[in-house]
Design a protein around this ligand. Structure first.
Ligand code: NAD
Ligand code: DAU
Length: 354
C-alpha cells in the first residue's frame, strides 16, 4: 500500500508526510513542484528513508502524474498542492488559476483513468482526498453561526475562488464519473514549517529581527486557528472513514482577532526571548488593509466529530507556545527560506501597503 501526496514540501503537506510516517510504515510518494513555498529541508529528517519517495514535478504535468500512478499504484491521492497565499492571489491571480484549478483538473483526470482501470478491492478502496479551505464560504458577520458543510459557497478572493472552483470540480468528478472522493475544508493552520509570509510566522520572525509587525486595517478580522498536526489527524480520519462524495469541515473552535494573535505572540516572546529594547508590542504597526479582506471565518466542526470522532488535541495555548519555540529553535530554517524570491515579495507587498 502506498499513498501519493501532492504539495508535500509545503507547510501542511510536509507536516502531514512527517506525521504519517511517524504513525505508519505505509510509503508516501510526494509530488511537489518546489515553488517558493516548497522547501525540501522540511523533509530532511526523511533523507535515506525508503518509505518516502520525493518527486520534483508539476501537478499540471499529466504525463508525469500518469506515470507516477502506474509505477507506484497508490491506494489514495491526498491533494495539498496549491498556491495558498491570499495576498499573492490579489497581486498575481494567474498562478492560482493554473495550479489550483487546472492542476486539480489534471489530477482528477489522471485519477479517473487510473481508478477506472483498477478492479476488485483496489478499485473499491481507492480515495481522492481533496484538501481545501474554509475561505470558500466567504465572510461571516459577527453574530452568524460558524460555517457548516451546508453553507453556500461565496468566495471573495482570487485564492478562495480558485479553491472553490477546485472543490466543485472534485464534487462533479464524483457525481458524474463516480470517482471516490472526499473533501476537507479547514480553517487557518499554524505550527512548524509555516512560511513566514503568513500572519503568525511573519510576526515571530519580524519581532525577533526587531522589524515592524504589520497589522492590516483595524486588526479586528477574526480567524479560527488550528494547530497543523490537528489538521493532519483530521485528514487521516476522513481518508480512513469519510463518506464518499462528502465534505468535512475541520477547525479549532478557536476564533481570535488578528490583533489579539499578534499580542499573544509578543507576550510569549517577551517571556521566552526578552528583547533588551523593550516589549515586542512596541513593533506593532497598522498598515493598509488587504483589498476585499474577509472579516470573519469560523468553523462548525461538529460533523467530523459526530461521524468520525475527531477533536483537536492541542489548545491554542499549547499550540502557539510550541510554535514560537520551534521558530526560536530553528533560526537556520528561517534564514534559508528568506531567499531572494521571498525578499522581493516582502518588499513589494509591504512597500505598497505602507
Ligand atoms: P503552501 O503554500 O505552504 O504549500 C503548497 C505546496 O504546493 C508547496 O510545497 C508548493 O511547492 C506546492 N505546489 C504549488 N504549486 C504546485 C504545482 N503546480 N505542482 C506541484 N506542487 C505545487 O500551502 P499550505 O499552507 O501547506 O496549504 C496546503 C493546502 O491546504 C492548500 O491546498 C491550501 O489551500 C490548503 N489549506 C491551507 C490552510 C492554511 O492555513 N495554510 C488552511 C486550509 C486549507
Ligand atoms: O482560512 C484558511 C486559510 O488561511 C488558508 O486557506 C490559506 O491558504 C491561508 O493562507 C490562510 O489565509 P489567511 O488570509 O487567513 O491567512 P494570512 O496568514 O495571510 O492572514 C491571516 C490574517 O492576518 C488575515 O486576516 C490577514 C491578516 N494579516 C496577514 C498578514 C500576512 C495581517 O494583518 N498582516 C500580515 O502581514
Amino acid at each position: 500500500m502506498t499513498i501519493l501526496v501532492t504539495g508535500g514540501a509545503g507547510f501542511i503537506g510536509s507536516n502531514f508526510v512527517l506525521d504519517w510516517l511517524r504513525q505508519s510504515d505505509e510509503p508516501v510518494v510526494n509530488l511537489d513542484a518546489l515553488t517558493y513555498a516548497g522547501n525540501p529541508e522540511n523533509l530532511a529528517s526523511l533523507d535515506g528513508d525508503a518509505r518516502h519517495t520525493f518527486v520534483k514535478g508539476d501537478i499540471c504535468d499529466r504525463a508525469l502524474v500518469d506515470q507516477l500512478l502506474i509505477t507506484h499504484q497508490p491506494r489514495a491521492i491526498v491533494h495539498f498542492a496549491a498556491e495558498s497565499h491570499v495576498d499573492r492571489s490579489i497581486s498575481g491571480p494567474g498562478a492560482f488559476m493554473r495550479t489550483n484549478v487546472d492542476g486539480t483538473f489534471t489530477l482528477l483526470e489522471a485519477a479517473r483513468a487510473y481508478w477506472g482501470a483498477l478492479d476488485g478491492e483496489a478499485k473499491a478502496g481507492f480515495r481522492f482526498h481533496h484538501v481545501s479551505t474554509d475561505e470558500v464560504y466567504g465572510s461571516l458577520k459577527p453574530t452568524d453561526p460558524p460555517f457548516a458543510e451546508t453553507n453556500p459557497y461565496e468566495p471573495n478572493s482570487p485564492y478562495s475562488a480558485s479553491k472553490a472552483a477546485s472543490d466543485h470540480l472534485v464534487r462533479s468528478w464524483h457525481h458524474t464519473y463516480g470517482l471516490p472522493v472526499v473533501t476537507t475544508n479547514c480553517s487557518n493552520n499554524y505550527g512548524p514549517y509555516h512560511f513566514p509570509e503568513k500572519l503568525i510566522p511573519l510576526m515571530i520572525v519580524n519581532a525577533l529581527a526587531g522589524k515592524p509587525l504589520p497589522v492590516y486595517g483595524d486588526g479586528q478580522q477574526i480567524r479560527d486557528w488550528l494547530y497543523v498536526t490537528d489538521h493532519c489527524s483530521g485528514i487521516r480520519a476522513v481518508l480512513a472513514g469519510g463518506k464518499l462524495g462528502e465534505t468535512y469541515n475541520i477547525g479549532g473552535w478557536n476564533e481570535q482577532a488578528n490583533i489579539d494573535i499578534v499580542k499573544i505572540v509578543c507576550k510569549l516572546l517577551d517571556g521566552m526571548r526578552p528583547d533588551p529594547a523593550g516589549p515586542y508590542e512596541r513593533l506593532i504597526t497598522y498598515v493598509k488593509d488587504r483589498p476585499g479582506h474577509d472579516r470573519r471565518y469560523a468553523i462548525d466542526a461538529r460533523k467530523i466529530e459526530r461521524e468520525l470522532g475527531w477533536r483537536p488535541a492541542e489548545t491554542f495555548e499549547t499550540g502557539i507556545r510550541k510554535t514560537v519555540q520551534w521558530y526560536l529553535d530553528n533560526p537556520e530554517w528561517v534564514a534559508r527560506v528568506q531567499s531572494g524570491a521571498y525578499r522581493d515579495w516582502i518588499s513589494q507587498q509591504y512597500t505598497a501597503a505602507a
